[in-house]
Design a protein around this ligand. Structure first.
Ligand SMILES: Cc1cc2nc3c(=O)[nH]c(=O)nc-3n(C[C@H](O)[C@H](O)[C@H](O)COP(=O)(O)O)c2cc1C
Length: 323
């Protein structure tokens, strides 16, 4: 899949996930075969006001490419200014969030609120396109409410404005995360526009993801929640595509994946933030391994990184290591 001059190969993509897809997680996903990673959504207002808390969300690393920085906002001028700033910062691609249904975001006229106002969105798409030269993409939901697929209209507008791709999470904004993603709309969008379409929503495993791609003809597959639980899904999709058997990482490999991730977290964060990130990593990435239930209870109570380290070593050096 080509996004401007960036060849996205494989076109298996880590979704933007607020509070999760920080630099350490993006690097983990890349090490397991993800071809493009998005930052979490970043406030255009915050960036253009140069608020330090907002800029902290943008951490750089030479290995973190291609990276798409996702912006949210409602004012064309501040989105355009923020886009220019993140281009200067080094974003390879800039994505506009036109789908977040969270109340605090919608009430400011950002995210999914824009699905209710295609005319305003068109203005915004044009202003941002004028402000930067990197490839731009949009991430949309189907529309605000059932029966009104404004997302598809906005996708066509984005194509007309020179945007490089559209990622569609085919739920209505009012649905939140209830119901199921309607991949029929991904197929429909694929017929409607000629720029790449990235399908997203409820992809749970490699076989199902590739089946969705076959059914809809979409150019890229974006994984969100499942990537948090099993980031090796990216590698598994590549294995299946290449006709190789699908392998689950065994206990020894999980240990290595966690140890590498641990080093990145410990290298970036300190204090409480570090402990929280390590706890979360251990919690999620040991799921399904023999003895992990008890282990996770211990992890939840561990007060320091040193105690977590001890638990980690014990868990992976026990007799279950043969499993
Ligand atoms: C915790 C969480 C945070 C999210 N943050 C963002 C975000 O910052 N920007 C965005 O466009 N979508 C965000 N999403 C939506 C995901 O990118 C994705 O569209 C959605 O989860 C559906 O994909 P999935 O079923 O693979 O998780 C978030 C979803 C979750 C669960």
């Amino acid at each position: 899949m080509l996004l401007g001059s960036h060849s996205i190969a494989p076109s298996f993509i880590l979704a933007p996930l607020a509070g999760y897809t920080d630099l350490t997680f993006r690097l983990l996903a890349r090490s397991l075969g993800c071809g493009l990673a998005y930052t979490e959504m970043v406030s255009a207002e915050g960036l253009s006001r140069r608020a330090s808390g907002t800029w902290e969300l943008l951490e750089k690393d030479p290995a973190d490419h291609p990276v798409s920085v996702q912006l949210f906002g409602s004012r064309p001028d501040s989105l355009a200014r923020a886009a220019a700033l993140v281009e200067e910062w080094g974003a390879d691609i800039i994505d506009l969030n036109l789908g977040c249904p969270v109340k605090q975001v919608v009430k400011t006229g950002s995210g999914a609120a824009l699905l209710k106002d295609p005319a305003r969105t068109l203005h915004l798409l044009r202003e941002v396109r004028r402000a930067v030269s990197v490839p731009l993409t949009v991430k949309i939901r189907s529309g605000w409410q059932p029966g009104e697929p404004t997302g598809l209209t906005i996708a066509a507008m984005a194509e007309d404005c020179g945007y490089a791709a559209v990622a569609l999470h085919p739920r209505w904004a009012v649905q939140g995360f209830t119901g199921l993603a309607d991949w029929g709309l991904v197929a429909l969008l694929k017929q409607k526009i000629t720029i790449p379409v990235i399908g997203n929503g409820d992809l749970q495993n490699a076989e199902q993801a590739l089946a969705r791609q076959q059914e809809t003809g979409c150019d890229g597959l974006m994984i969100g929640r499942q990537a948090l639980k099993a980031p090796w899904i990216f590698r598994q999709m590549a294995e299946l595509t290449a006709g190789r058997p699908l392998l689950e990482p065994d206990r020894a490999e999980r240990k290595k994946i966690i140890a590498d991730y641990w080093d990145r977290i410990a290298g970036r964060y300190e204090g409480v933030r570090q402990v929280k990130a390590l706890r979360r990593a251990l919690f999620v990435l040991t799921r399904g391994l023999t003895g992990s239930g008890h282990f996770r209870q211990q992890v939840a109570l561990a007060p320091t990184a040193a105690v977590l380290q001890e638990l980690f070593e014990q868990f992976f050096s026990g007799p279950e290591m043969d499993n």
